[in-house]
Design a protein around this ligand. Structure first.
Ligand code: GAR
Length: 221
């Protein structure tokens, strides 16, 4: 059996990405163990998911800390006490300080609901919908000091169609999030991610061979 990667998952809300990671572990597709889930929100539904799966929880309410640094110091101590090797942001709605990133260099991942570098920040799906793009999607990336600017590991593309609403687009994107996040973590667990500057090379990966995508489909061109 492959060695299990120790994860610390940061959540703020529903935790459907956390659930996808749990499901991938429980079905032996992801060689990892969740050592701790940290929520800054005491009422996050993600915590209920943890209780159902006997996953240890730490609620660290940011409102009770004087500064971002003090909040991150607390998270660093919980993560290191639990032997976390990879920090996974799964709908965590706080910006991390350099302090935490220095404690876990190239060992913090995030998922964003848009094709970065387009539409960073809050409500990536809504930004894309309002802009009128013909494709959107989601991105898993390593976290750096910027907002959604770190090296990109994997992206999934979904079409934005005339009959889509903001909600239907959000659902299409979320479905892909649940596929690419466990995959990205598994690449890490297998030691297949090589980062060189902004670029992430994935050893022995099966790269897309289709030359291009069009939405709408081309009519004879
Ligand atoms: C997901 O769509 C995730 O991409 C997004 O929040 C949602 C969390 O859902 N994250 C961000 O927008 C981060 N900037 P979940 O709690 O059900 O996993």
């Amino acid at each position: 059996m492959a060695r299990e990667l120790s994860l610390g998952v940061l959540v703020s809300g529903s935790g459907s990405n956390l659930q996808a990671i749990v499901d991938a572990i429980e079905s032996d597709r992801l060689d990892a163990v969740i050592k701790i889930v940290i929520s800054n929100n005491p009422n996050a539904y993600a915590l209920e998911r943890c209780r159902r799966h006997n996953i240890p929880i730490s609620v660290i309410n940011h409102c009770q800390y004087k500064s971002r640094e003090a909040f991150d110091d607390k998270m660093i101590s919980v993560l290191t006490d639990n032997g976390v090797e990879l920090v996974v942001m799964a709908g965590f709605m706080r910006i991390l300080t350099e302090r935490l990133l220095r404690a876990f260099p190239l060992r913090v991942m995030n998922i964003h609901p848009a094709l970065l570098p387009s539409f960073p920040g809050l409500h990536g799906q809504r930004q894309a919908f309002d802009y009128g793009v013909k494709f959107s999607g989601c991105t898993v990336h390593f976290v750096d000091e910027g907002v959604d600017t770190g090296p990109i590991i994997i992206q999934a593309v979904v079409p934005c169609c005339d009959d889509d609403t903001e909600e239907s687009l959000q659902q299409k994107i979320l479905k892909e999030e649940h596929r690419i996040y466990p995959q990205a973590i598994q690449y890490f667990a297998e030691g297949r991610l090589e980062v060189s500057g902004r670029k992430v090379h994935i050893k022995n990966s099966n790269q897309m061979s289709t030359p291009s995508l069009h939405n709408p489909h081309l009519e004879g061109f």
